[in-house]
Ligand binder design. Sequence first.
Ligand code: ADE
Length: 247
Amino acid sequence: MHIDILTLFPEMFDSPFSVSILKRAIDRKLVSIGLHNIRDHTHDKHHVVDDYPYGGGAGMMLKPGPIFEAVESIRAGLDGQEPSQLPVILLTPQGRCFCQEITHELSKYSHLILICGRYEGIDERVRQHLVTDEISIGDYVLGGGELAAMVVVDAMVRLLPGVLGSEVSAVDESHATGLLEYPQYTRPEVYRGWSVPQVLLSGDHAQIAKWRREQAIQRTVERRPELLDKASLCLEERQLVNKLNKS
Ligand code: ADE
């Protein structure tokens, strides 16, 4: 997978991409990242990327020209791939709300462009004539799309084949099953008097799987009950949900 990121602050991406899973994925060439400074696509002496909004109002806007030209320069370098097939995603609080389902959807592309907005907004023509999708990472306003782009890249890359040490580690975790993840423990068996649940030490894999599934359901009922509408549960598990809701 190749991800091109358009930003006014490429240096913001240095540290998240140089540690842990993302670094390993980049080093192993499972993903490559192209960072593009939007300012490099200006033509004036001062490399101006922003301007006042027509009609007045507070704050500055990102001009359309440098963004169109940055995307067009990436499209011009495509070999073989049809430019219209290349998703161009704007990170914005107005986008569809990012979730694990979208992570799976995006991780299927071999090439993506992410545009990080800044200032009070972006000229609407970028949305209308360049962008193919808009994503928000939550109902709050960040100083720009960079942190949102990092979140999207991090969540997406860990789903790529070969990125996680063990292929199963992305299967059980929160949201992958439509439920929150069950509680996990590691050594020591007793810490400050608090013991690991006995079933996990029993070696009985069927009992452990049953316990984990019940714990995941219980945790989801307690913390994120709205997730249960979409989760795939068998009849017995639905009965457990009803019982937990009544207690
Ligand atoms: N840019 C500013 N706020 C944002 C958000 N919540 N999600 C995505 N991009 C943003």
